[in-house]
Design a protein around this ligand. Structure first.
Ligand code: ZN
Ligand code: ZN
Length: 352
């Protein structure tokens, strides 16, 4: 990495810091640091402000970062430990941006590092910048989602009657470790009525080979997540299952067809929600339609009721309507899409 792969995003962030009249912003969150610099380090703080960019880290990482990101000025993170005020030539630190997800202890130490500062939360600003992916990030998402498709096809072929949910989840997990970088989140496998709980944890429920199975999975590849939900539909499903499956699939298709830059994430959620509600399943769709996927599994935009983020080309968002009938059945169909200039590109290719 001879130059910052996220130079444009970092420049936009520096502009935001200036526009908010902050002298500087300090970024501790690992995913945020990575999304602004490409540096993936579990003990780092990026300081941005007044034309300066400094990455504070400890001696374990200094040499490696100096090699991989030579354009970055690196300094000792001990200077931010709250023992004494930070001094950087030319910066006064009267107003400092921080991320509201840091621990309270860290915040208290920041107050000592910047004793004169008035603090402003800049977490949302970084989230908005991260929501629009770079071309390289879009390629990484396509590659991760393709691998996820491949693993699903392979795993599904290995599922046998008599296996438990845990057995099936283990098959998926092993394939993800072999071919990718492991799970982006804990794989969900729900046999039969267990799918009515939308975040069921795989247990010892045995699959008889005739019940439906819901699988929600995502492999990590190149540091990026993927996310998809598919269902094994039995050859002879119950009439109720068949009906619900067809409606959820239609809700998924309608939402995909509705994606446009310029619409809010809330308006996208409403497309699927109104359709399911119109068919009597409004209450049975108890979660939001989707979320962005990137370095982390849940990122902006959040396609939820009243979601305010405006969709823009380069954003990723899952389309995952579901219907859950307690004690009876559950169906969710989830695809990952990339917002384009005139609609979206669906990057999940598994049959549904
Ligand atoms: Zn999912
Ligand atoms: Zn999801």
């Amino acid at each position: 990495m001879k130059k910052n792969p996220f130079a444009e995003r970092l420049a936009a962030f520096a502009e935001k810091v200036a526009a908010k009249k902050l002298d500087a912003a300090v970024v501790f969150n690992q995913a945020n640091v990575r999304a602004l610099t490409g540096v993936d380090c579990d003990n780092a703080c990026l300081l941005v402000g007044g034309g300066r960019v400094v990455l504070y880290t400890d001696f374990r990482y200094t040499a490696a970062i100096g090699r991989t990101a030579p354009w970055l000025k690196v300094d000792d993170i001990k200077k931010l430990n709250g023992k004494k005020p930070l001094s950087v030539r030319g910066l006064s630190f009267g107003a400092v941006g921080y991320e509201s997800v840091i621990t309270h202890a860290k915040f208290l130490s920041l107050e000592k590092t910047f004793p004169k500062a008035k603090f402003t939360d800049i977490l949302e600003d970084i989230g908005e910048l991260r929501a629009v992916k770079t071309a390289a990030e879009l390629d990484a998402l396509r590659a991760a989602e393709s691998l996820n498709d491949e693993i699903w096809a392979e795993a599904r072929g290995r599922f046998r009657a008599g296996m438990t949910e845990r057995d099936m989840a283990r098959i998926i997990k092993h394939l993800m470790i072999e071919r990718g970088e492991g799970e982006a989140f804990e794989t969900i496998v729900c046999v039969g009525r267990n799918a009515a709980e939308c975040h069921h944890v795989p247990d010892d429920t045995v699959w008889n080979g005739r019940e439906p199975v819901l699988v929600d999975m995502g492999v990590k590849l190149g540091g990026y997540c993927s996310d998809m939900t598919r269902n094994i539909v039995p050859a002879r499903p119950s009439p109720a299952y068949k009906k619900v499956y067809a409606l959820v699939l239609e809700a998924n298709r309608r939402a995909i067809a509705a994606v446009r830059p310029g619409m809010t994430a809330g308006a996208l959620d409403k497309v699927a929600r109104d359709f399911l509600a119109g068919n009597g399943y409004g209450k049975a769709f108890g979660h939001s339609l989707g979320h962005g996927v990137g370095i982390e599994i849940h990122e902006k935009p959040f396609a939820a009721k009243n979601g305010k983020t405006v969709l823009r080309p380069g954003m990723s968002v899952t389309i995952e309507p579901g219907v859950y009938l307690e004690g009876n059945l559950g169906v969710r169909i989830e695809d990952l899409v990339l917002v384009t200039e005139d609609g979206c590109e669906v990057i999940s290719h598994s049959d549904k």
